[in-house]
Ligand binder design. Structure first.
Ligand code: MN
Length: 396
């Protein structure tokens, strides 16, 4: 184990047996070591904190001097402090990491980032607190090892590093403390949202027009209404979403000409994350709304659909905080109730609605509002889905 670590990180000049050293360029042959034959080892406890796995160790044949490997860190795992006599190059291949030079602020490194560590600079590198990180590490050796190990990075040092770098700990990503307001009845704004969504989903522009006026009259801001219709594209597709947004634009213009002052509403209060951070936040939101990690045969069959659900629907869209999650669920319920064949998803979203604090009495009202607007079949599907959801929760 230790010898592999030496190959991986110290690039020992004469590593025993792992691979032949070929020095004569006239006779040396290109070697391809198959992935399946790559050794893997665990980072030694005196050189790393937390779980670290080292793979693809390599040591260039002489006269080459480079050595290294891939180092994968679990969340919060990191190297000890150390130096490299000829410096080091890191290339991040997964996750979000931190690298800190002694006396300087820690820097965040993300997938694709290339980090150059100068010769003899005292430093450490590792995963951020919110998830795993992996990098390729390459260092050249001179007349001895390519790394000199020092003491461990303390928990205090590590915590100060991720805080100053603006990263989130795994605990915050997995267990958000969210307060959901509870009420027995839907307010007028909440009642309008599923109707807007249902008529957008069924492309009934005349009724959508009525529902949009109703929602704006009830106090929905223009931006909240936009959020409802934008979110719907994830459930009913871009054409219907775009058509409905066009209708909203016409309604807003018509109301302005009539002298009605609708509130513009807010934009999201914060920039939405990107990359791995976005996926982590989306997965957290999805897990919370779904009541557990989302998996199953379809997700296993086509993993990319869950990647899109996490990064885009539960990330990009649900991270926009200018429409609350109860409103987002009411919109989804309205759209799904107007979509034949989406019974399973409608039932799932009844459960999700209960999770984000909507009550059964409010969801019954939703069904009644659909019925009152002439959507008898949608109302019936919603009622059935709610009954099934309550039965699944043992609240029937
Ligand atoms: Mn290093």
């Amino acid at each position: 184990m230790k010898s592999l670590l030496c190959i991986a990180l110290a690039g020992a000049a004469t590593s025993a047996g792992a691979q032949p050293q070929r020095s004569d360029p006239r006779t040396a042959a290109v070697e391809v070591r198959a992935a399946a034959t790559q050794p893997a080892t665990t980072g030694a406890a005196d050189r790393f904190t937390g779980a670290v796995r080292i793979t693809t160790p390599f040591s260039a044949p002489t006269p080459g001097r480079a050595g290294g490997g891939t180092v994968a860190f679990e969340a919060a795992a990191r190297t000890a402090w150390h130096t490299h006599p000829l410096g080091q190059t890191l290339i991040v291949t997964q996750g979000i990491g931190l690298v800190q030079q002694a006396g300087q602020a820690a820097r965040v490194m993300r997938v694709g980032d290339v980090v150059s560590i100068p010769a003899n600079a005292r430093h450490w590198h590792g995963a951020g607190p919110g998830g795993a990180m992996a990098h390729v590490a390459i260092a050249e050796k001179q007349d001895g090892p390519s790394v000199a190990w020092q003491e461990q990075v303390s928990d205090d040092n590590y915590q100060a590093a991720w805080k100053s770098a603006g990263l989130q700990p795994a605990a915050a990503l997995q267990a958000p403390k969210r307060h959901y307001p509870g009420a027995d009845t839907l307010n007028a704004k909440q009642k309008a949202i599923p109707l807007i969504a249902a008529f957008a989903a069924s492309s009934d522009m005349a009724q959508l027009d009525v529902a949009l006026h109703q929602g704006l009259d009830a106090g929905l801001s223009i931006s909240e209404t936009k959020e409802v219709l934008v979110q719907l594209y994830a459930y009913v597709g871009f054409p219907k979403s775009l058509n409905a947004l066009g209708q909203l634009m016409n309604v807003v213009e018509a109301r302005q000409q009539q002298g009605i002052q609708d509130a513009a509403g807010a934009e999201p209060s914060r920039a939405v994350a990107t990359g791995e951070e976005l996926v982590a936040l989306g997965r957290r939101n999805q897990t919370e709304i779904s009541g557990g990690p989302v998996q199953g045969p379809v997700m296993a069959f086509a993993p990319v659909i869950n990647q899109f659900l996490q990064a885009h629907l539960f990330g990009d869209i649900f991270e926009r905080d200018n429409l609350d999650w109860q409103s987002r669920e009411l919109a989804t319920l309205g759209a799904l109730a107007a979509t034949p064949g989406a019974e399973a998803q409608l039932r799932s979203h009844m459960l999700a609605s209960l999770r984000v604090g909507l009550r059964a009495s409010q969801l019954r009202e939703l069904s009644q509002a659909l019925a009152a607007s002439g959507l008898a079949a949608s109302a019936e599907w919603a009622q059935v889905a709610l009954s099934q959801a309550l039965a699944m929760k043992g609240q029937a």
